[in-house]
Design a protein around this ligand. Sequence first.
Ligand code: ADP
Ligand code: MG
Length: 359
Amino acid sequence: MNGVELRNVTKAYAGLTVMENINLQIADGDFLVLLGPSGCGKSTLLNMIAGLEPTTGGSIHINGRDVTGLEPDERDIAMVFQSYALYPTMSVRRNIGFGLKMRGMAKGEIEKRVAEVGELLQITPLLDRKPSQLSGGQQQRVAIGRALVREPSVFLFDEPLSNLDAKLRADMRIELKRLHERLGRTIVYVTHDQIEAMTLATKVVVLDKGSIQQVDTPENVYRRPANRFVASFVGAPTMNFIDGKLTHDGDDIVFDSGSGCLPLINVPAEIRDLIGRPMTLGARPEHMVFDDAGISSRVLLAEPTGPDQYVRLAVAGSELTARSGPEQIFKSGSDARILVDGARMTLFDPQSGQALLGS
Ligand code: ADP
Ligand code: MG
């Protein structure tokens, strides 16, 4: 298969296993994002694909070739790091072309490729500057240029935007997405930033403590989290979790937390099979609906963000966050009625944390 494949990859540092039996297929042309909290093993996984870190067990295949024992420069990959690691004494032009020169490529071909990459990244006017004469975003572009110029079949990025300020990060995100759409090359991209993952990825791999939690499209990772870890890691403000059980209230189904019953609307038929079983209800702030048919709650605080406001509520023995439009006024201490959109909520097994039904 073209693309990248990890088969039963294991990694231990000094006898301590940090990743076990990782199996992953990255299709040719995918923009695959490895997402997870600090220390979950993202860089370790990427470095094993790059050949910078040996695997302890299993094998890695790039475009159908077993590269497990090969050096980084034999793997047809190029990597971009968080630190740009540009050569300070060399011009941008030489920084970008240096790798090609080391491989003995003809001068004319190097010049042609550097010029093309310069155009693509819109850094042609900067080619004769030194790195110290560039902004952070421009330096990052040069680092990307150095990877592009090698024309590898797979690009590996380790948190490449983390050193940039928020505005520049958003701009570079768009550029990276365009670049991927234009080049169609396989990208494996590491980040702890869920917004980057959601906006860039064709496929997201959520990692926790060295193990894969879910491999899915960004939409599905958000809408159909496989377990409670994924549900809480992705989405801000975070999903609300309430322990309790589904029960009947006349013809309706409600969620009983033990201290109050949350009314549900749009309840899918399959949910009837789960009535009475202990579980955790997961509802994102936008799955909470202000409605006169809802349960009474007390407004603790309203947090306007511009287009929306997030309203913190004391309800059914819990503190929950609900999203509202900007117009309505929520005074602290006042009463608001709230219910849950049953079509979009997720239900979790309280012990394993696994999602019980997709929603
Ligand atoms: P991430 O990139 O997701 O923040 P890493 O891949 O850097 O995480 O680290 C994963 C785990 O492996 C962590 O528990 C980390 O402490 C451990 N680790 C990483 N590098 C080394 C190393 N060189 N020696 C020992 N343990 C390491
Ligand atoms: Mg890392």
